[in-house]
Design a protein. Structure first.
Lengths: 398, 228
């Protein structure tokens, strides 16, 4: 067998410093969560007009990254693209960590997190007409499938891996489309309501998952001083470009449909109102325009730096896309009655950034970072050559 | 089985907010501070909005008082994952705090902004009203001894009064009505059985022009507004 995987050594000073920093922020995040749990959500930026805040934004963002990451791992195990084999294990592991982070996000957002078990009482205590309850099945199943899939990969049971891979890809697509449906099916909120939302979410998942994987691969290989095949990064860059264009077209179609008269005020407000910077600056600018320019550029697109900058831009931009959906989507005042609604009931909501919510959000990321470090130390996720030093060129296998 | 509904006469409503305050004292809804109101964190089971239409010099500002619409096809019931919000047989949409997990999906889905999230541990003085008039105090504390933060709250059409009234054999809609209906100084609010053709609400709906809010969403609200 030409391609073997190993742990990282994890004994350097840098490793431990990183571990301590992440643990400290996780602890701060946990304390902030306890504050919000004990004293109530008034310490968060959410209100009765914007009921969902950072934890939900982070959750849908992480679900996207996770689903995208898992779908990419299938390139090796299902579609037999051998050049992606070195990153395939990491992709599956990342997917599991990210979905765990997403479920944490949901739990942090709940007013009564101790009752979150109720979300998993499918068909018994759950109202299965709720997209939230349906997604409970999808998320729970996804987490389990991810773990079995990774286990099969470690056990090197190839036929089973392929089967699990196919199931995982199918399930990952469902997970993200289901998440899109949570928003897309709400007729009350014109910025959410769209039949294309599940597909838009799926495309966004692929885009952000791929961008994160590119960053993770380059970073881990650089920090652990492993050589990597640059052509993989460039081909991933090309794939990223295609997916971003696909996503941008979907968003364009969605917004154009909503812009068509009549009943266009909500989307005009999104594009020109208080929160227009989130759409134009973060979503359109960072997630679509900048990476498309960088990746399509004949020289930038063929340098590692160019691809990495584009990937960073996408990862931040897709976060912005989630923000530009959740916050303006709920902040837009509901038209209870024809005419101009005076006072606070007709005003758009505001979403103050509060320290408790910010540290809680950072805590979700640092906890996932901790899991990743521990995983890299104890699981055989990264490829090594027979010399134990570097990742070799992959050979045909299976 | 009756189907409880409410009629609000726009001709009579003067926007005095008596319904809002009656609701707050009947149901021990916290008053909320000015800061909370500015940030939209205070709890309202009933609100009165002012809507301006027309252009100068022909401008009209109308008060619209809005309890929960108790929709027959309520989006909040559809989206609640924990069955915490459900529609009773008599059409009242209620919220069970003990089941509610606080996911706030119902707040997102409600087209009428009728739901509020209880976002803090309220001080005792804000909850346990000692100043209830004597006739109200016989109801005791509504129906849970203490309320908790982290759950979503909403108008209940004062179902505790209705249930008690039915037990005592009283006429609902005449002898027993929700607090907001009872306290309305202009009698702009009328409560009763929508399926009973002899009820006051039914005869008003048969004789006057009416609208329901956001009809386009087809939620079939049970709160009707009689036009001026």
């Amino acid at each position: 067998m030409a391609l073997t995987f190993s742990q990282i050594e994890g004994k350097s000073k840098g490793f431990y410093i990183l571990l301590i920093i992440l643990a400290a922020f996780t602890l701060i995040g946990f304390i902030c969560f306890m504050v919000s749990y004990i004293t109530g959500h008034h310490v968060l930026g959410t209100s009765n007009i914007i009921p969902w805040g950072m934890p939900i934004i982070i959750t849908i963002y992480l679900i996207g990254l996770s689903a995208g990451s898992l779908i990419l791992s299938s390139l090796t195990y299902v579609f037999k693209k051998e050049e992606y084999r070195p990153i395939s294990r990491l992709a599956v592991f990342l997917a599991i960590i990210l979905i765990f982070g997403a479920m944490m996000g949901i739990a942090l957002d709940l007013g009564r997190p101790e009752k979150s078990w109720r979300l998993f009482m499918f068909f018994v205590l759950n109202n299965m007409r709720s997209m939230f309850a349906v997604n409970g099945i999808l998320y729970g199943g996804y987490f389990l499938i991810g773990i079995v899939y990774l286990g099969a990969i470690f056990a090197e049971k190839y036929r089973f891996i392929r089967m699990m891979g196919m199931l995982a890809v199918f399930w990952a697509a469902l997970v993200h489309m289901g998440t899109g449906a949570i928003f897309g099916f709400i007729a009350t909120r014109p910025i959410f309501f769209s039949p294309i939302k599940p597909f838009e979410f799926l495309a966004a998942a692929m885009v952000s998952g791929l961008a994160l994987l590119i960053i993770a691969v380059v970073a881990i290989f650089k920090f652990t001083k492993r050589d990597f095949n640059k052509t993989i990064i460039f081909s991933l860059g090309k794939l990223l470009l295609t997916l971003i264009i696909l996503l941008a077209v979907m968003v364009l179609v969605d917004k154009l449909t909503h812009l068509y008269s009549p009943d266009r005020e909500p989307i005009v407000w999104l594009l020109t109102g208080t929160y227009s910077w989130t759409f134009w600056g973060l979503q359109a600018g960072l997630a679509y325009i900048l990476p498309i320019v960088l990746l399509a550029h004949p020289r930038c697109g063929m340098t590692i730096k160019g691809v990495i900058v584009a990937a960073f831009s996408v990862v931040i931009g897709i976060f912005g896309e989630r923000f530009a959906l959740v916050i303006p989507g709920t902040a837009y005042p509901l038209p209870f009655y024809p005419g101009k609604i005076e006072g606070i009931w007709g005003a758009a909501g505001s979403f103050p950034i509060t320290p408790v919510e910010s540290f809680m959000s950072i805590g979700i990321f640092t906890l996932m970072g901790l899991f990743l470090l521990v995983g890299l130390k104890y699981l055989e996720l990264l490829p090594v050559g027979q010399t134990g030093q570097q990742a070799p060129q992959p050979e045909k296998k299976i | 089985m009756p189907r409880w509904g409410m009629v609000i006469d726009q001709d009579k409503c003067i926007g005095c907010q008596a319904c809002s305050t009656a609701c707050k004292s009947e149901n021990n809804v916290p008053h909320g501070s000015p800061d909370e109101q500015r940030l939209r964190k205070d709890i309202y089971w009933n609100k009165v909005i002012a809507v301006t239409s027309g252009k100068y010099p022909k401008v009209n500002t109308e008060p619209i008082s809005m309890p929960c619409m108790h929709c027959d096809d309520a989006p909040c019931v559809t989206v609640c994952p924990a069955k915490a919000t459900y529609r009773r047989e008599d059409g009242i949409v209620v919220q069970d705090f003990r089941r509610c997990i606080g996911c706030k999906y119902c707040i997102v889905a409600c087209p009428y902004g009728a739901r509020s999230f209880n976002s803090k541990e309220q001080e005792e003085k804000e909850y346990l009203r000692q100043d209830l008039p004597p006739d109200r105090s016989v109801w005791g504390q509504w129906p849970f001894p203490t309320r908790t933060h982290g759950v979503v709250e909403k108008c209940t059409f004062c179902f505790h009064r209705i249930d008690q009234g039915i037990k005592e054999g009283k006429k609902i809609g005449k002898e027993v009505v929700p607090a907001c209906v009872e306290d309305c100084p202009t009698r702009a609010r009328i409560f009763g059985d929508l399926d009973d053709t002899h009820s006051e609400v039914s005869s008003l709906l048969a004789s006057r022009d009416w609208i329901r809010l956001r009809e386009g969403l087809d939620t079939k609200p049970k709160v009707y507004y009689l036009l001026k």
